[in-house]
Design a protein around this ligand. Structure first.
Ligand code: APR
Length: 399
């Protein structure tokens, strides 16, 4: 690769302005660490991209601890009930009153991102939109740099002491890892969801999980006027394959609208197809390059853990970088990976368990009578066993 024009330098170059990059950027900046965030997209897109929306109690505490929770406190809504609907009827779990008694805060991820962005910029943070990281270079030499390309095609370099790869699943951080430097543990869960955003009020006061022989259907409130729905579909289904009417009819059918009440219909304003896959990278570091959020590992959306892990990792990395850069203490950086990985694997384990629960009759083993019976037993113990419910609540809200 050519040398490229020098576009600047920072002690920490952060790739990506998602939840991971922006939590990290704010914490570094608050401590006086010299950093710059490079973001491929333009500002408008970063602020409006609809993604997840369920924040765990632990995430809310991290944001509160660092004064990053103002919007969340003002506009987030506490949530603590989920409802399962199956061929045997429905049951609710008041998970906010089980386990550790913790709840979710429902707050659209684009609002959190927008809050974090405003705060970072208002405090004089350096952030370059429309600047794509192409590659992280020399991460193992002590003189790393990031090759970048602007939207108009100009190219250049940023020099760094450390690079934080917060640029998601298809970012430059992952691409720049040399063969064999980091081990990847991939998993394809064999299930595909059509993710939908409806301009419609929630249809129930709970997260709804319908497990149906035609496939899973999910309902998650986002706000008083926007609701997220999921519909399991065949792998390879194009996002636009189903008409709006067919989607609502299918949601009605799988969620048992006849028995349990109709769904509030509205215009479907966004749709996308997600193959449920996961992976974990180990370790979360290659020399001066650290992996955070989706760049560190993908987690299926079945238990809404992705953004929560991203925030947890960003805080851990910020602590390590601050200790090293301001106090010359490398321990936090050296232990970053070992500190995060057990939490990541526990979240993966729970998400994997949820996938089994939500796709019993329609998943990979759905046709096997033995697995069908096992799945019913699993649901039954969740419905009737208090200790099972406490376990569920602890893992469902926790990270
Ligand atoms: N250079 C610069 N920026 C990049 C590059 C690149 N090469 N590639 C991606 N980006 C930017 C994206 O535009 C995005 O703004 O990096 C950011 C990554 O943000 P997220 O995908 O939200 O990832 P992360 O911050 O790790 O948050 C993870 O949020 O919605 C969930 O599914 C998501 O659960 C995951 C969590």
């Amino acid at each position: 690769m050519t040398e490229g024009q020098n576009w600047g330098a920072a002690d920490v170059v952060v790739l990506g302005a998602g939840p991971a990059g922006l939590v990290l950027g704010n914490l570094l900046q608050d401590s006086g660490v010299d950093c710059v965030i490079l973001e491929r997209a333009e500002e408008e897109r970063v602020r409006t991209r609809a993604r997840a929306g369920f924040l765990a109690a632990h995430t809310a505490r991290i944001l509160e601890r660092h004064g990053l929770d103002e919007g969340l406190r003002l506009r987030g809504r506490e949530h603590g009930v989920c409802e399962f609907r199956t061929e045997d009827g429905r049951f609710r779990l008041d998970y906010g009153g089980l386990g550790r008694g913790e709840r979710h805060t429902v707050y659209p991820q684009q609002d959190l991102v927008s809050d974090l962005l405003t705060r970072f910029l208002d405090r004089g943070g350096r952030l370059r939109f429309g600047t794509e990281a192409v590659a992280v270079l020399d991460a193992d030499t002590g003189r790393p740099s990031v090759a970048v390309r602007a939207a108009d095609g100009r190219t250049g370099r940023f020099r760094a002491r450390y690079v934080a790869g917060c640029d998601g699943r298809h970012g430059a951080a992952r691409r720049s890892l040399p063969e064999g430097a980091v081990r990847r543990y991939p998993c394809d869960h064999g299930v595909t969801w059509l993710g939908l955003l409806a301009e419609a009020p929630p249809s129930m006061d709970a997260v709804g999980y319908a497990v149906h022989e035609r496939g899973f259907a999910g309902h998650m409130a986002r706000s008083g006027t926007i609701t997220r729905y999921y519909l399991q579909c065949e792998r390879g289904t194009p996002a636009g394959a189903w008409s709006q009417e067919r989607i609502w009819d299918e949601l009605d059918l799988r969620m048992g609208a006849k028995e349990h009440g109709p769904l509030e219909r509205g215009r479907l304003v966004q749709r996308g197809v997600v193959d449920l896959t996961s992976d974990v990278l180990e370790p979360l570091r290659h020399g001066a390059l650290f992996l955070v959020g989706d760049a560190a590992g993908l987690i299926s959306p079945s238990a809404a853990k992705g953004a929560n892990l991203a925030v947890l990792e960003a805080e851990a990395l910020a602590e390590g970088l601050i200790a090293e850069l301001l106090h010359g203490d490398p321990d936090g950086l050296d232990s970053y990976s070992a500190r995060c990985l057990p939490r990541i694997w526990r979240a993966q384990e729970f998400s994997h368990w949820m996938i089994g629960l939500l796709h019993g009759p329609s998943g990979r083993d759905g046709a096997s009578p033995f697995h069908h019976a096992l799945w019913r037993a699993r649901l039954d113990s969740l419905r009737t066993s208090r200790s099972r419910q406490d376990w569920f609540a602890e893992h469902y809200v926790g990270v």
